[in-house]
Design a protein around this ligand. Sequence first.
Ligand SMILES: Nc1nc2c(ncn2[C@@H]2O[C@H](COP(=O)(O)OP(=O)(O)OP(=O)(O)O)[C@@H](O)[C@H]2O)c(=O)[nH]1
Length: 342
Amino acid sequence: MKTLSVLIGLDIQESVTIRKNSGRYLISDYKLREIVEKKEKVKAEVILIEPELPPRDKINIIKATKADVIDRTLLLLEVFESNAGSKEAKLQISLARSGHMLPLVREVLNNSKRGELPGFLAGGTYAIDKYYRQLRRQVAKTRRELEEIRIRRDILRERRRVSGLPLIAIIGYANAGKTTLFNLLTGSNKETSNKPFTTISPKVSLSNLGFLVIDTVGFVMNVPPEIIEAFYSTLEEIREADVLLLLLDSTEDLFLIEERVKQASVTLSNIESLYKPIVVALNKVEKTGRDDIEEKRAKLYQTCKSVFPMFVGLAKVSAKKGLGIDEMVNVIWKALNRKQAY
Ligand SMILES: Nc1nc2c(ncn2[C@@H]2O[C@H](COP(=O)(O)OP(=O)(O)OP(=O)(O)O)[C@@H](O)[C@H]2O)c(=O)[nH]1
């Protein structure tokens, strides 16, 4: 599986492998020197750390390299931020970022009090202390704002659904082809690309099939627990849907697709949407061999049946070539009828 940094399209010039010893990553002086050397070689301004390291290790890297250090959590939060459609999602992300920064700032503060941070990071104990207090106040304020929004949202939800038309949410991981399918079903022209997370904000549109379709932002695998709330808030819209259409990329390995299906069911459960009728569509079939697609279809059918309590059916489509769409729409109607039966 590609790492997040590669998926996002960061220009990684050099990398250093950090090994684990008794369950924790070891940043020896030798490793630090290697990082500094590589940083100097390519004149890197930013260093990305992919495993989650304790604040002390991060600070040691900052001290040694004098570069900006960003970790996977902050990177994911940036992705979520560009995807965040609602004020609630933005606040959740801001809360997660402040929460993630607090231990680091606390560590910087401790270092500074001990006089261990000469030069670069030594903004002075007073300045760091002030920033730390500010961050804590910010966290408390954001929490209050979020609570107010939640109360208002619950009231509003009762009054929404003006059109009375059923709503289908296209869900799935980045790059599965959600926007391509959305455009096909609704005759829209939203931007698509093979760069993940092109879908910046969810769009609802009327298909000519008698239902509304919503294109949602992509799911993410292995989201760090501390920012999971922020991630879920970007998926809020899914809760409004009558039927879910989970789109998967059939060109990926079966093992990975199955893992995605399982994680999708956990995510749906956590946003209280597991008990919605769900149709699964295997996309990009024109790129996958006939035998391969049949094997994947058969295995996935069983997996979907076991993880989605309201699984309705599995379709094979090519959103790009417009293949298998009628059959998929039939399954969607079956799902809508099933919903009405409940
Ligand atoms: N071969 C093939 N490519 C497809 C198909 N559907 C979509 N694609 C390509 O897959 C890439 C991603 O498509 P998008 O529709 O942007 O995917 P998305 O799921 O909306 O992606 P995010 O916005 O990142 O969440 C684009 O390059 C599409 O042209 C298909 O049926 N066959």
